[in-house]
Write a protein that binds this ligand. Sequence first.
Ligand SMILES: Nc1ncnc2c1ncn2[C@@H]1O[C@H](COP(=O)(O)OP(=O)(O)OP(=O)(O)O)[C@@H](O)[C@H]1O
Length: 254
Amino acid sequence: MLKISNVTMKFGGVVAVNNFTANINKGEIVGLIGPNGAGKTTVFNVVTGVYKPTEGQVLFNSGDEKVISTLRPDEIAYLGVCRTFQNIRLFKELSVLDNVFIGGHLRLKSNVFSSILRLPSYNREEKEMLEKSNYLLEKVGLYGERNEKAFSLPYGKQRRLEIARALATDPKLLLLDEPAAGMNPQETGELMEFISVIKEEFDLTIFLIEHHMEVVMGICEKIYVLDHGTLIAEGNPEEIQNDSKVIEAYLGVD
Ligand SMILES: Nc1ncnc2c1ncn2[C@@H]1O[C@H](COP(=O)(O)OP(=O)(O)OP(=O)(O)O)[C@@H](O)[C@H]1O
């Protein structure tokens, strides 16, 4: 579904990602790990079109394979690639429901005129989007809080709301940047369960960056390990946990 092919990303003299290749198949949960500054978020930024790679390309297949590394972020999102961020980026003053509702606007077919004139087609789409937003909130266990302001939710719920907003865009590939950051062990356990449930329910493929090793080892089928921008290992959780280069660069010092 996603092919990252020999991607290099340089910022001036800094080589943030160096000749990185990865393959993610439909339906997989794949992890990307490595020490701070290893280049993980940069990989996500290249996949989502925030940065154009200095070298290499990214291909995405949602029916037919396309090079997406030449596209704009909104074009990539429209194809079905959506993400959450390391630092939660909600519309804090808006309600929980509105946060999800806004996410769904990517898929609205109505144009600005039909929305201003409130044509029947727009009203119908808006009603459907509202129903879908409520459905998603039920699925992520936030329906009861739909009228609360986003900032009033505890941390773990804000993360789930961010994921619900991403789901409103109908993603095929969901990129999660440190979804368990700042969570306590109980919230982390719930998050793992939650990720597995939404993957099945929404037929998702998931690519995630995470420092909590119990999450990565617990739910990922395949893991890529970056160090100083370079891939030092790839494999299943057991292979990664026993890889001497990974232990030296990352796991051993955690
Ligand atoms: N826009 C940018 N301009 C200059 N340098 C950047 C930029 N973005 C990232 N870098 C550099 O690229 C390197 C990789 O950063 P990146 O944020 O991708 O690492 P990371 O693995 O996600 O780290 P962390 O686990 O701390 O989030 C770092 O040296 C960082 O300073």
